[in-house]
Design a protein around this ligand. Structure first.
Ligand code: NAG
Ligand code: CU
Length: 270
């Protein structure tokens, strides 16, 4: 009986540890986030306890950008020009990586990247802490209902692509245009290349792919509804690369966690 409950506790701990092994956007609330203070999901949707899981892993895509397509009923309001203290939940910082923040005015059909941090994004973030990164809504951003995306390519570990989205309302100009660059996908699916791990400063990190992102300008009608965008052919794929090392490392991490659970947590619980 005691042994059984110990096994159960160990299993639960393992599930908890694995479920929190990644990173997610918690401010503003990612869609259906379980983070404290986030609103309940819209009708028909349920809380997502895995908002911190990548949408692509090992070059295999499991979930769409944003993970969920139905927006929250209520939007967080920001003014054009405002700096958002975006916050992150850290389960494993994966040596940092490349962050992109993007806006969509057309329900996730077209993305304009408004800010990018290459290589160092979330590097050194401490597990369990909630680092913040200021992201500025462009001063000339038109008003409208906007999807705000955080996307991340990790530096170390299984080659992954992360994407969380928050539903915001921008108070800005009445119509007009907003410019930026296109969203870069990599480590995503077989259409796109794999950026190999880049733990060391001299490692190739695919930054040239970021430099090559095409500019994009979208026009937003005064009412805030309906947009036109300049046509943008899909990004050219980069060369695929092996990622065996990353996968091995991740398996090793899981094994270590499992061993830890049995030999450290169980004695503590007894
Ligand atoms: C990869 O993802 C993109 C973007 O979602 C999609 O357009 C493309 O068809 C996908 N490629 C494959 C091979 O599934
Ligand atoms: Cu992870």
């Amino acid at each position: 009986m005691l042994r059984k409950s110990i096994l159960l506790i160990a299993a639960l701990q393992l599930v908890a540890l694995v479920a929190y092994a990644h990173v997610d956007l918690i401010t503003p609330c990612a869609r259906y986030s379980s983070a404290p203070g986030c609103p309940p999901p819209p009708p028909g949707q349920s809380i997502d306890y895995n908002t911190n899981a990548p949408i692509s892993s090992g070059g295999i895509n499991n979930q769409p950008l944003c993970k969920h397509s139905v927006p929250y009923a209520k939007r967080t309001v920001y003014k054009a020009g405002q700096s958002i203290p975006t916050g992150y939940g850290i389960g494993s910082a994966h040596g940092g990586g490349h962050c992109q923040w993007a806006l969509s005015y057309d329900r996730e059909k077209t993305w304009v990247v408004i800010q990018t941090e290459i290589r160092t994004c979330l590097r050194g973030a401490v597990i369990g802490q909630s680092p913040t990164i200021p992201v500025t809504i462009p001063i000339d951003a038109p008003s409208g209902e906007v999807t705000f995306m955080w996307a991340w390519i990790n530096a170390v570990g299984v080659r992954e692509y992360y994407s969380n989205c928050a539903d915001i309302q921008v108070i800005g100009r009445d119509g007009g245009t907003i410019s930026g660059v296109e969203l870069l996908l990599a480590n995503f699916n077989t259409t796109y290349g794999i950026i190999p791990e880049f733990p060391n400063p001299t490692d190739p990190d695919g930054h040239e792919l970021f430099d090559a992102r095409k500019p994009i300008t979208i026009s937003v009608k005064g009412s805030g509804s309906g947009i036109t965008s300049n046509p943008s052919p899909s990004p050219s794929p980069s060369k695929p690369n092996k990622n065996g090392a990353g996968r091995k490392r991740c398996q090793l991490q899981s094994t270590l966690l499992f061993i830890l659970t049995f030999f450290v947590f169980i004695p503590l619980n007894m």
